[in-house]
Unconditional design. Structure first.
Length: 222
C-alpha cells in the first residue's frame, strides 16, 4: 500500500504536469474561415485611408503570427506598408510593440494572403486589448482588405484612421471584423517557455506537503 507521502507526491506531480500542459497550449483566433471571400474595405493607402486594423484581446502571452487578405483596388503594386502590433487604449494605439519590414502592395485583383511572423511579440497580458494594423507608407496605389460584416469575433472589431499619428483617436466599426488568422502561444516562436509556477499550484503543493507532515507527526505521537 502506498504511503501518504508517496500518494501526495504523485498527486502534486500530476497537477504540475497538467498545469504545464495547459500553459503550453497554442491558441488560434480565426475569422478567415467562414468569410465569403468578397466583402472588403477600401481604399487602404496614402491616397485613401492610412491605416486599417483589428482590435483583439490576448488569449495568451505571445502573438507569434497573423494573416490578412489583400487585393488591388487601384495600382496596389505601387503601395508599400508595414505591419504593426500595439497596445490599445480603447480609442487609439498606446505604444507600438512590434513593426515589420516594408511590404509591397499586391498587384493582383484576386486575394493574396499576407502572413506576418513576429517571432513572438513581447509579453502580452491575457484579456487585455491590443491592435494589429497595416500602416500605408507610399502611393499612389490603394488596396482592399478582406472583412467580415457579420462581426464573428467578440474580442474586438475593425478600426481605421485617416492620419499618420496613430496615437490619436481611430474610427471603429463595431459591427465588423477583418478576415484574419492569429496564432498565440505561451512560448514565443523559437524560444523557451518562461512561465513561473502559478500561485494556485504553489499553494496546493504547500498544503499537500503540510498535510503529509501533520499525518507523520500524528503517527509518531500515537
Amino acid at each position: 500500500m502506498r504511503s501518504i507521502r508517496q500518494t501526495l507526491f504523485a498527486l502534486v506531480a500530476t497537477v504540475t504536469l497538467a498545469g504545464a500542459s495547459s500553459l503550453s497550449a497554442q491558441v488560434t483566433v480565426d475569422t478567415y474561415t467562414g468569410w465569403n471571400g468578397t466583402d472588403y474595405y477600401f481604399p487602404l493607402g496614402v491616397d485613401g485611408t492610412d491605416a486599417y486594423g483589428q482590435v483583439f484581446q490576448a488569449p495568451a502571452q505571445y502573438l507569434n503570427s497573423w494573416s490578412f487578405w489583400l487585393r488591388e483596388n487601384s495600382g496596389g503594386a505601387n503601395e508599400t506598408f508595414t505591419a504593426n502590433v500595439g497596445t490599445w487604449t480603447g480609442s487609439a494605439v498606446g505604444s507600438v510593440l512590434w513593426t515589420s519590414g516594408i511590404f509591397a502592395g499586391t498587384s493582383s485583383a484576386g486575394w493574396q494572403q499576407y502572413t506576418f511572423n513576429t517571432g513572438g511579440v513581447s509579453l502580452l497580458t491575457g484579456g487585455e486589448s491590443y491592435i494589429f494594423f497595416l500602416d500605408a507608407l507610399t502611393g499612389p496605389g490603394t488596396m482592399g482588405i478582406g472583412a467580415r460584416y457579420d462581426a464573428p469575433y467578440g474580442g474586438g472589431n475593425f478600426v481605421f484612421q485617416n492620419g499618420t499619428d496613430h496615437t490619436s483617436d481611430w474610427d471603429g466599426l463595431t459591427g465588423s471584423d477583418l478576415a484574419f488568422i492569429a496564432s498565440f502561444d505561451r512560448v514565443p516562436s523559437g524560444g523557451e517557455e518562461v512561465v513561473p509556477e502559478p500561485a494556485t499550484m504553489t499553494l496546493l503543493a504547500t498544503g499537500l506537503f503540510g498535510m503529509a507532515g501533520a499525518a507523520r507527526r500524528k503517527r509518531r505521537s500515537a
